[in-house]
Write a protein that binds this ligand. Structure first.
Ligand code: EPU
Length: 439
C-alpha cells in the first residue's frame, strides 16, 4: 500500500499529455468481444478500471495482450464462461456492459451487480428496463442478474439520462435482430467513441439527433482498430490545477468541442485559456470571480468536474454555489476540505420540480444527503493527513494539497489509480512536490 506526500504552494507550470479516457477505454474492450478476430485498442490508459476489465475478460476465457506504447489486443476466440466473479465486478461499473457480447456468444449471461465509486446508490433499473424491452429475459438474484433470450430491435425511451445505460443498450442492440431506436439517450462523447468503434467492427449505429440513436442490428462483427479518445476529465483536472495554484499548463490533446461548458465557466470566472494547435493552455491571469454552477448531463457542466471545481472556488473572493444534480451523494469529499480550512456549507436548494432537475431516482435520496455546496472564498488551505475515498474526490484532495500551504499526507492512493494513470508523476513534471511512498 502506498500514500502520497505532498508539499503545496507551488504554481503548476509546463506541458502535460492526456491519457485515453477512463470512461471510454474499458467499454471498447468489452465491445470488442463481439469479434472472433482480435481487436486492437490504442491509447488505453494504465489505470485500475482497465485492469479490472482485463480481469473480467480473462475470467470469461478471453485474452488481453498488452503491447508497447499503450496498445492492447483483445481476443474472444477462447471465451468459455458467461459469468465472472462478484469480487472483480464490485471494483467497477463494467458488469452490465457485457450483456450484449455474452448473449451473442452464449445466449445467457450471469452478471454480478456492478460496484464503482460510492457516490450514490447507482441502481441499474434503466439498464435492465431497456434490455427487457429489447427482449432479454431477466431474473434478479440477491447479488447478480441472469439474462437470457434473443434480442429484437425495439424503441426504448430512457426515463432519465443514463450514460452507462445508453452504452449498455448500444452494445446490446448492435447484435439484436432488426432496428432499435434509443430516445432520450445520453449524448456524452464517450458514447460516440463507443459507437465509432462498434461501427468499425461492422455495426450499424447512427446518432440521428443529439439524444436519439438508431441501431440496425448485425449478425457478424470483425477486426477493428481504434484509439481511445483523450480523457476530458483529466483535462479539467489539470486546468483547475493550473488556475488554483496560479500556474500555467498546456494540456495536450484537450479537445475544446467536448469541454464547452467548462471553458465557458473558466471564462466567466476570469480564468485564462487559449485554444492552440494540439491542445488548450490554461493559465492564471489575475483575480478570479465567483460563479454558481449546476451539473448537468453532456453538453452541460459534468458531475465529474464538480469536486475538482470546488477547490478552485475556495481560492476565489466571494461566494460560489455548486449544485450537483446527477448523483445523490457526491459531496463526501467536502469534510476533508473543511478540515483543511475551506469554508464550505452544504445545503439543499429549494427545487420546484425535483424529478426534472435531478438525474438520480428520487426514491434513492435521503434526508442526510446534500445536493449543493456554498463555497466562501478565498481561503488559505493548510496541509493535512487524510484518506481518499473515490476517484474525483481523490483528484480534488490532491489539488487542494497542492494549493495549500504546508505538507499533507493522503492515503487511499488506489482510488486515484483507478481513474488516472501516474497522476503524481505527471504533476511532478509540472513542478508539483508530490511523492508516492510506502504506507
Ligand atoms: N441511474 C439510475 N438508474 C440507472 C442508471 C442510472 O438511477 O439504471 C442514476 C445514477 O444512480 C445516477 C444518474 O442516474 O444518479 C446518472 O447515472 P449514469 O448512468 O449517467 O452514470 P454511470 O454510467 O453510472 C458514468 C461514468 C461516471 C460519470 C457519469 C456521468 C463510467 C464508468 N462512469 O457513470 O464517471 O460521472 O457517467 O457522466 O462511465 C467518474 O469518472 O468518476 C465517474 C463516476
Amino acid at each position: 500500500m502506498k500514500k502520497f506526500l505532498i508539499e503545496g504552494g507551488i504554481p503548476l507550470k509546463g506541458e502535460v499529455n492526456l491519457c485515453g479516457a477512463k470512461n471510454s477505454g474499458f467499454k471498447l474492450m468489452i465491445a470488442s468481444l463481439y469479434s472472433k478476430e482480435p481487436c486492437i485498442i490504442h491509447n488505453f490508459s494504465k489505470i485500475g478500471d482497465i485492469e479490472t476489465t482485463v480481469e473480467m475478460i480473462r475470467e470469461l476465457g478471453g485474452e488481453v495482450i498488452f503491447h508497447q506504447n499503450h496498445n492492447l489486443e483483445v481476443s474472444s476466440s477462447n471465451l468459455k464462461n458467461n459469468t465472472f466473479s462478484q469480487e472483480v465486478s464490485l471494483l467497477s461499473r463494467a458488469s452490465t456492459y457485457f450483456v450484449g457480447p455474452l448473449l451473442y456468444h452464449f445466449g445467457e449471461a450471469i452478471l454480478p451487480i456492478p460496484g464503482g465509486c460510492k457516490i450514490g446508490r447507482r441502481p441499474i433499473d434503466r439498464h435492465l428496463e431497456g434490455l427487457k424491452t429489447l427482449g432479454a429475459r431477466i431474473e434478479i438474484k440477491e447479488n447478480s442478474c441472469r439474462l437470457w433470450g434473443k434480442l429484437k430491435g425495439t424503441t426504448y425511451r430512457f426515463p432519465k439520462n443514463t450514460h452507462g445505460g445508453t452504452d449498455v443498450m448500444v452494445i446490446a442492440a448492435a447484435s439484436a435482430e432488426g432496428r432499435t431506436i434509443l430516445e432520450n439517450a445520453a449524448a456524452e462523447p464517450e458514447v460516440d467513441d463507443l459507437i465509432c468503434f462498434l461501427n468499425k467492427m461492422g455495426a450499424k449505429i447512427k446518432r440521428v439527433e443529439q439524444r436519439t440513436i438508431v441501431i440496425d442490428g448485425v449478425k457478424k462483427f470483425h477486426f477493428a482498430e481504434h484509439s481511445v479518445m483523450p480523457d476530458r476529465n483529466e483535462a479539467v483536472t489539470f486546468a483547475c490545477g493550473a488556475l488554483s495554484t496560479r500556474g500555467d499548463i498546456f494540456v495536450r490533446q484537450a479537445e475544446p468541442q467536448f469541454l464547452e461548458a467548462f471553458l465557458q465557466a473558466v471564462s466567466k470566472i476570469n480564468g485564462g485559456y487559449e485554444i492552440k494547435n494540439g491542445g488548450i493552455r490554461f493559465f492564471y491571469k489575475g483575480d478570479l470571480r465567483p460563479l454558481n454552477i449546476v451539473t448537468r448531463p453532456y453538453p452541460g457542466f459534468m458531475t465529474d468536474w464538480m469536486a475538482i471545481w470546488v477547490i478552485l472556488m475556495t481560492q476565489i473572493k466571494g461566494t460560489s454555489i455548486v449544485h450537483e444534480t446527477i448523483f445523490e451523494n457526491r459531496f463526501a469529499f467536502v469534510s476533508g476540505l473543511q478540515k483543511m480550512g475551506a469554508k464550505i456549507e452544504l445545503f439543499n436548494p429549494v427545487v420546484p420540480n425535483p424529478d426534472q432537475i435531478y438525474n438520480f431516482n428520487l426514491e434513492d435520496d435521503k434526508p442526510e444527503y446534500f445536493h449543493a455546496a456554498r463555497v466562501i472564498g478565498p481561503t488559505v488551505l493548510h496541509g493535512i493527513k487524510q484518506e481518499i475515498t473515490d476517484i474525483r474526490a481523490g483528484a480534488s484532495l490532491i489539488l487542494a494539497c497542492l494549493t495549500a500551504k504546508g505538507k499533507s499526507e493522503l492515503e487511499g492512493v488506489e482510488h486515484v489509480d483507478r481513474g488516472y494513470e501516474n497522476l503524481d508523476g505527471r504533476l511532478r513534471s509540472l513542478g508539483a512536490k508530490i511523492q508516492r511512498v510506502d504506507l
